[in-house]
Ligand binder design. Structure first.
Ligand SMILES: [Zn+2]
Length: 133
């Protein structure tokens, strides 16, 4: 599968390493319809359901990310995902782990809804996620 990356818009491009105000984009953005199923690209364990923004934020607080840790310790993070799974659960490769939230609501219509996907190694470094598709 070749994912469709979010093209350049008022918020920058969705490619890995694209410049951002805070530095550089540490993942890839894959365009997708809100509600689309998200499948795990690795086997491992669900180790975190996190908040990319302050959960009390009235606009962005509803957004979540799912972290699946592979057996070798690599952390795969899927942003803007709702899930019914619980932390600690074993995950199989290809398993549906959640569904895509609409991040566009948190910005504006200029930003396409997308999955932000990032991979972090055991040293805390962000890897180019394209090698894992
Ligand atoms: Zn992103």
């Amino acid at each position: 599968m070749i994912p469709t990356q979010r093209p350049m818009d008022g918020f920058g491009s969705g490619e890995f390493g694209a410049p951002r105000a805070y530095g550089k984009h540490n993942g890839v953005d894959i365009v997708g319809l809100p509600g689309s199923p998200i499948v795990s690209l690795c086997a491992g364990k669900l180790t975190k359901i996190g908040y990319p923004y302050d959960p009390k934020d009235p606009v962005k607080g509803f957004l979540r990310y799912i972290q699946v840790t592979r057996l070798d310790g690599l952390r795969f993070r899927y942003f803007y995902a709702s899930t019914r799974l619980e932390v600690g659960r074993r995950i199989e490769i290809g398993q549906v782990i959640g569904s895509l939230q609409n991040v566009s609501h948190a910005y504006d219509a200029r930003m396409l809804p997308h999955l932000h996907f990032e991979v972090i190694d055991t040293e805390g470094e962000y890897l180019d996620p394209n090698q894992f598709f």
